[in-house]
Design a protein around this ligand. Sequence first.
Ligand code: SF4
Ligand code: SF4
Length: 178
Amino acid sequence: MTPQVAEWIKEYEAKPDRFGPDAARLGEGPKVDNDLYVRDYDKCILRSKCVDACGDQWQNTLAISVAGREFDARIAVEHDAPLTDSACVYCGNCIEVCPTGALSFKSEFDMRAAGTWDESQQTETTTVCAYCGVGCNLTLPVQDNEIVKVTSPHDNPVTHGNLCSKGRFGYQHVQNRG
Ligand code: SF4
Ligand code: SF4
C-alpha cells in the first residue's frame, strides 16, 4: 500500500475488513503478457485513475474500462483480451497514476521478483526526452548505473506527467554499452 492509499483510508475512515471474505481480491495473479508493463489486479482498489488517464482525461485511447459489477468489478480491456490484442498504445500513462502498484513497469516487476529492487539505492534525474520536439520531461530512477523505469513530473504545465510510448519505454539505447 502506498502512502497515498493509507491517507485515503484515514481520510474516509474506510474499514476494508467489514466486507469480509467476499471482498477478497481476484486471485488471478499478475498478468504478464507483454515486455513493457505488468497488471496485477489483486492490488487494484478500483480507484479508476488508470481508466481516466487512458480515456478522455488524457490519452483518449479508451483501451481499458471497469467491467463487471459489485464484487466482480475489475479493470479490463475489451473482451478481457490480452493487452497485446487491445487498443493499448503503451503510453504507460495509466502506470503513472496507479496509486497501488497494480500497474508497474516489467523492469520493476522483475527486479522485485528477484529481490533486487531497492529504492534506497536509486537516484533520480529529470531530463528532457530527446525523441521529438514536444520535449516532455522524463524522470529517470537509476540503480546500479541502470535506468530502472521512467516517470514524468505531474506538475509539468504542458504534459502533466503524460508521455508517449517512446519516452516511456524507449530508454534501453541509453545504456547499450555493447
Ligand atoms: S498504456 Fe496507455 S493506452 Fe495502454 S492502457 Fe495504459 S493509458 Fe491506455
Ligand atoms: S515522450 Fe513522446 S511526445 Fe514526449 S518528447 Fe518524447 S517522443 Fe515526444
